[in-house]
Design a protein around this ligand. Structure first.
Ligand code: DGT
Ligand code: CA
Length: 572
């Protein structure tokens, strides 16, 4: 389908007309046409064939002719013509959030901007502030806008990737020609964001697999259709590549396509040192290149003198050395998790009752959950007043007498106020089984102040866990400027656990932070912060972070049974 391509051309024409200060109505006409093409329910080519283009809202005689010519000749002359006249960098510049055509043109002509990196360099060198017609904040906004674009460019959350991959995996698994199937790439390594999805299949009938894959209902566009490798774009614009290998190469291919690239490079070097050769087909020995491994990942690693390295560790961050010396950690697993220490109910901003959340947790095989509704300062999230809090504690005790098979802990997610004090007094805090404390305001404060607020909170003997310590929301908000090292050190000194918040946008503390926490001997708690029962499923992303941070069962608080958790918390 060429609908989106046509829409993109119209949108670009509108951009270029805007840069030329063209008539506003003309610009709007192109944008409106683009919008209507994007939401057209059928193949545009069909409409052309029926000669019904003028029936599409916003398509007049002129645009209809352009579309028709595009299908006949593969090009739109008007588009090619103004494109030649418009510097490409200007078109790129106006995609930066907050950068209008006026500013873009001014910077382009005054500073001779050649590319976005060039623009960034000049912004950072303060060449923009002070130019006539430029506002004070513009320079700062441009830097922020470029950062935002760079980060966002083509990466999705791990959870989005996992969901899209699963839809493809489930469909392909049903084929009898598919003997084995596995995700690879950054998705398999559980990286917090993923650019594209890689899937590996064993089959003796690759043509059949390729045909089914490229015709799946979720396909928007087939990017490549080859005999053993194809790529598609889903309707959500997610790229999925599927490769078919033969049985003898599956392990080697899985190692190769799981990556990371840095890890693969180290493996190849190691092979060369041993007089071997490793690639996606296997491990080969001698002049005649006899294959000595390839069927399983285990035998590939073994042939290189390594123990099996779990995908989450394959980042060339010391895992090769550890595998050579047989001192890899025995990584935490999802099944080690015994409960969830950060859960909301309809007493604050959750959707379900305490019993509803507890019941869902019990079905998952948990031994306990802590109900940690918000504190009074967080009014927008329905924070509980002192009186309501005391009432909730009583209610939880009552529920526990009724409920079988799961223990509900009376907890609270207590707001850390601006001066580091807590939103409830100690006589309330000491009545709670679990106290988690978190910053919910003043994200833009200087790092020193934010660090001090968290440190002060940790020094309170009743604070058990610091929730989402850096406050980041991927795609929306950067981590606040806290001194993580200082926070972790004080966590260790004060016997405070640090949360790995398993919300896909948060994953906070992140993998790097976890590894440092472990080095310092800080205990972590993996929590879902669930506001609905479905969000209990996010635990696996939290476990993914922990595994990428080299954590073992003993590093994680909620792998313990409640008795042991209570002992640990009481020790503070
Ligand atoms: P991303 O960016 O989230 O998609 O990350 P990956 O790791 O999935 O990267 P991708 O999709 O470009 O490639 C998948 C794997 O294929 C990668 O982890 C390692 C392997 N690979 C790709 N390109 C190269 C390469 O040039 N050399 C080596 N040794 N391996 C590569
Ligand atoms: Ca990938």
């Amino acid at each position: 389908m060429k609908n989106l391509e046509m829409a993109r051309i119209f949108n670009e024409i509108a951009d270029m007309l805007e840069l030329q200060d063209e008539n506003l109505f003309r610009i709007r006409a192109y944008r409106r046409a683009a919008l209507n093409l994007e939401s057209l329910g059928e193949d545009l080519e069909e409409v052309v064939r029926r000669d019904e283009l003028r029936k599409i809202p916003g398509i007049g005689a002129d645009l209809a002719l352009k579309i028709k010519t595009f299908f006949e000749t593969g090009r739109v002359d008007f588009y090619e013509k103004i494109k030649k006249k418009t510097p490409a960098v200007l078109l790129e510049m106006i995609t930066i959030p907050g950068m209008g055509p006026k500013t873009a043109k001014l910077l382009y002509s005054k500073l001779k901007i050649r590319s976005i990196p060039d623009l960034e360099k000049k912004a950072r060198a303060h060449k923009i502030s002070g130019l006539p017609g430029i506002k004070d904040k513009t320079e700062e906004n441009i830097i922020k806008g470029i950062e935002f674009i760079k980060k966002k460019k083509g990466r999705m959350l791990l959870s989005t990737a996992a969901y899209a991959a699963n839809e493809v995996l489930e469909r392909l698994k049903r084929l009898k020609e598919v003997k084995k199937i596995s995700p690879a790439g950054s998705l398999r390594r559980q990286k917090e964001t993923v650019r594209d999805i890689d899937i590996l299949v064993i089959s003796t009938k690759p043509a059949k697999v390729m045909k089914t894959f490229t015709a799946l209902p979720q396909v928007k566009e087939v990017l490549a259709h080859g005999p053993t490798k194809s790529g598609i774009l889903t309707k959500d614009d997610i790229q999925v590549d599927v490769r078919v290998m033969e049985k003898g190469s599956f392990g080697a291919a899985l190692v190769y396509f799981t990556g990371s690239k840095a890890h693969n490079i180290r493996l190849r070097k190691l092979a060369i040192e041993k007089g071997l050769k490793v690639n996606e087909y296997g491990v080969f020995k001698g002049k005649r290149e006899k294959r000595i491994a390839g069927k399983t990942e285990g035998e590939v690693y073994e042939s290189l003198g390594l123990v099996y390295i779990p995908p989450e560790l394959r980042e060339d961050q010391g895992e090769i050395e550890a595998a050579l010396e047989k001192r890899l950690p025995k990584l935490l697993e999802l099944k080690d998790i015994k409960g969830d220490l950060h859960v909301h109910s309809d007493w604050s901003d959750g959707r379900y009752s305490i019993e509803g959340m507890a019941e869902a947790a019990r079905k998952r095989g948990y031994e306990y959950i802590a109900i940690t509704d918000h504190s009074k300062g967080l009014k927008i999230a329905g924070g509980l007043s002192n009186k309501e809090r005391l009432k909730q504690i009583d209610e939880i005790h009552r529920i526990n007498r009724r409920l079988k098979g799961i223990k509900v802990l009376a907890g609270a997610e207590v707001d850390i106020r601006d001066n580091g004090s807590l939103d409830y007094s100690d006589d309330i805090l000491k009545k709670l089984d679990v106290v988690i404390a978190a910053v919910h305001s003043g994200f833009k404060q200087p790092g020193e102040k934010l660090t001090k607020r968290i440190v002060t909170a940790m020094k309170n003997r009743y604070v058990d866990i610091i929730a989402h310590p850096t406050g980041r929301l991927m795609g929306t908000r950067d981590a606040y400027q806290i001194d993580t090292e200082e926070v972790l050190k004080v966590a260790k000194d004060t016997d405070t656990a640090i949360e790995i918040n398993a919300y896909p946008e948060r994953l906070d503390l992140n993998d790097i932070g976890c590894r440092r926490a472990k080095e310092l001997g800080v205990l972590l708690a993996i929590s879902t912060d669930a506001h609905i029962t479905e969000q209990f499923d996010n635990m696996r992303y939290g476990v993914g972070v922990a595994r990428r941070g080299w954590l073992e069962r003993r590093d994680v608080l909620n792998t313990l049974s409640w008795d042991k958790v209570r002992e640990r918390l009481k020790a503070k």
